[in-house]
Design a binder for this molecule. Structure first.
Ligand code: ADP
Ligand code: MG
Length: 155
């Protein structure tokens, strides 16, 4: 499998209240425009990688991409579950995402549905993959450093 290097950052917006948090799987939504920065040929599906909220710790995550050029109106174009328990929500904060690998296709563009049936599998696989040296080193990528210094300088 080829290693991906896809970086993206945007504000976290409110989702459609599909109740993922109630299932113990909060999934942070990106606004629709974010998908315009995706490579045009990216496949929809579930990916894994690294994420940080503002300039905070870089943590493992799984992300769903439910957008492709044929389905530009997908309801949840990009949603991220960070594999960590946060004390508070982070709506309105900048979420930095580095996608490094592909897990599987997504069904029906419904991350919650596919997550609830396969969540432990996805998360365990993401955790394992991200411990590989080639993925671990992505945590030090300048993408995260740049986001950090931008925030510290108030940009
Ligand atoms: P919504 O429908 O508004 O997206 P969710 O139930 O999917 O609501 O919860 C997502 C929100 O939960 C995120 O926007 C974020 O503020 C918060 N959150 C807390 N912990 C996490 C986490 N580990 N991963 C993703 N989002 C989280
Ligand atoms: Mg959500």
């Amino acid at each position: 499998m080829r290693n991906l290097r896809f970086f993206c950052c945007s504000q976290v917006v409110h989702g459609f209240g599909c109740g993922s948090k109630q299932l113990g799987i909060p999934i942070a939504n990106f606004p629709e425009q974010v998908v315009d920065s995706l490579p045009a040929d990216i496949s929809t599906g579930i990916y894994y990688g690294w994420a940080s909220v503002r300039s905070g710790a870089i943590r493992k995550m799984v992300v769903s991409i439910g957008w492709n050029p044929h389905y530009k109106d997908a309801k949840n174009p990009m949603e991220t579950h960070i594999i960590h328990t946060f004390k508070e929500d982070f709506y309105g904060e900048i979420l930095n995402v580095a996608i490094v690998g592909y897990l599987r296709p997504e069904k029906n563009f419904d991350f919650l549905e596919s997550l609830s049936s396969a969540i432990q599998g996805d998360i365990e696989e993401a955790k394992k993959q991200l411990d590989l040296p080639e993925h671990l080193k992505l945590k030090d990528d300048s993408f995260f450093q740049v986001s950090k210094s931008k925030i510290m300088n108030g940009h």
